[in-house]
Design a protein around this ligand. Structure first.
Ligand SMILES: NC(=O)c1ccc[n+]([C@@H]2O[C@H](COP(=O)([O-])OP(=O)(O)OC[C@H]3O[C@@H](n4cnc5c(N)ncnc54)[C@H](O)[C@@H]3O)[C@@H](O)[C@H]2O)c1
Ligand SMILES: O=C(O)C(=O)C[C@@H](O)[C@H](O)[C@H](O)COP(=O)(O)O
Ligand SMILES: [Zn+2]
Length: 375
């Protein structure tokens, strides 16, 4: 990490000409205008937000931009996963064009991962690519979705199936805004924090097992967890920006999780992304155990930690029921990691020992899912 103290941190994403900083700490929204003006002098902006975030934090960002002399328009979409759609993308694109923003102007997604993915995608396609500055307001967005340049929307076929890689110029993660996030959404974001430990940082997972209550309570452990997560993601993205190889590790839990999100119709009342990832990570560990790759103790340890923080870990935890194994497999078959028709999963040899497993036999996935659906 480039720079970290108890109250704030800065992480750098090294991508040559597309490099950028992630600023992490309290009350950064108030400084956002000055930070942007220093890096991108003379820009105009479109803030894209959702109704919940607008109510709590839009005025702060607008004031900060105005103080720095940045003219800004605001586009507010409906909260929830269903806004990652062609229809809402059209609303956002129209709003940006109505404001006559130029290619060198900026889009600022102010919100969770939904707004970040949606508005990031819009900034990647309007005038063939505008600048953008991420202002993530959920834990999930601060530790994951605002970093790394994956943008996009969902379709009925599956999650994030339409999108572009488009890196932001800057990420401004104001940790004080997390105070207005609901406990359910904070927990969901925590699933992606735990993910970094489970991928390849076993000491971070052990630290989380010991310190998760302090992370939830706020203070220096929360900033530490966010900064460690951003650093973990920045390291992977710097090695493999376009997911030709190792970046797929960041998909731990997502092959199952994305199928569950699609199967529940992107209904945030039933399942949000981080909850799908929590169930997916527990399943990935149990699947690895079934394939004799990992010990049952590791799968139990992972499930125990996720359950301790209040996250779902079983298919039966999804309210409203799920379709059968064959239908879940249809969604899994649309996963972007599928190659020449063969399924790819992120499996594990133990806590912090995840790896990319190509050519996982469909029959094994199907029988595992049938078992998991009956538990
Ligand atoms: N691009 C990536 O690399 C990446 C990584 C992880 C997840 N994602 C995507 O991110 C999305 C999930 O993001 P999310 O969990 O942030 O969901 P979200 O954007 O729906 O935000 C969660 C909820 O919290 C509200 N909210 C956000 N910040 C708030 C705040 N400070 N105060 C009060 N309410 C607030 C939102 O209005 C929403 O209702 C999914 O679509 C997922 O696919 C993308
Ligand atoms: O940044 C990545 O790479 C990730 O996989 C991070 C994930 O947490 C995130 O949910 C991402 O959007 C999933 O990407 P996808 O390519 O599987 O849609
Ligand atoms: Zn994710």
């Amino acid at each position: 990490m480039n720079d970290v103290n108890a109250a704030s941190a800065k992480v750098h994403v090294s991508l040559g000409a597309r490099s950028y900083d992630i600023l992490i700490g309290p009350d950064l929204l108030r400084r956002a205008g000055a930070e942007i003006a220093r890096r991108l002098p003379g820009v105009r902006a479109a803030i894209v937000t959702d109704a919940n975030v607008a109510e709590n934090h839009l005025a702060t960002l607008q004031g900060s931009l105005a103080d720095a002399g940045i003219e800004a328009t605001a586009i507010t979409v409906a909260p929830g996963e269903r806004s990652k759609s062609f229809a809402t993308l059209e609303e956002v694109v129209s709003g940006i064009l109505d404001a006559r923003l130029e290619r060198g102007d900026i889009v600022i997604p102010l919100g969770g991962g939904v707004v970040g993915d949606l508005a990031g995608f819009a900034s990647g396609i309007v005038r063939r690519g505008m600048h953008f500055v991420q202002a993530p307001t959920s834990l999930l967005a601060q530790v994951d979705s605002s970093v790394g340049g994956k943008t996009g929307i969902n379709t009925a076929h599956g999650k994030n199936l339409v999108g572009v890689f488009h890196q932001p110029q800057l990420v401004i993660a104001d940790t004080a805004v997390l105070d207005t996030l609901s406990p359910r959404e904070f927990r969901a974001g925590y699933a992606e924090v735990a993910k970094y430990g489970l991928i390849d940082r076993p000491e971070f997972f052990a630290w989380l097992e010991k310190n998760w209550q302090a992370v939830f309570a706020g203070g220096s452990e929360r900033v530490e967890a966010i900064a460690q997560s951003c650093q973990a993601k920045a390291d992977v993205v710097a090695r493999d920006e376009l997911e030709k190889g190792d970046r797929a590790l960041l998909n731990l839990g997502h092959t199952f999780g994305h199928a569950l999100e699609a199967a529940t119709g992107y209904d945030s009342a039933r399942l949000v992304h981080g909850e799908g990832v929590a169930i997916g990570m527990a399943l990935a560990h149990r699947f690895s155990t079934q394939l004799n790759l990992a010990s049952p103790d590791d799968a139990e340890r992972v499930e125990a930690h996720l359950a301790a923080v209040g996250l779902p870990t079983r298919l039966s935890d999804v309210p409203g029921g799920l379709p059968g194994a064959e239908q879940l497999l249809t969604y899994i078959a649309q996963d972007k990691k599928v190659s020449r028709g063969a399924l790819t999963f992120i499996l594990t040899r133990g806590v912090g020992q995840s790896f990319v497993a190509k050519d996982v036999p469909t029959s094994q996935v199907l029988s595992f899912l049938e078992g998991a659906l009956s538990q």
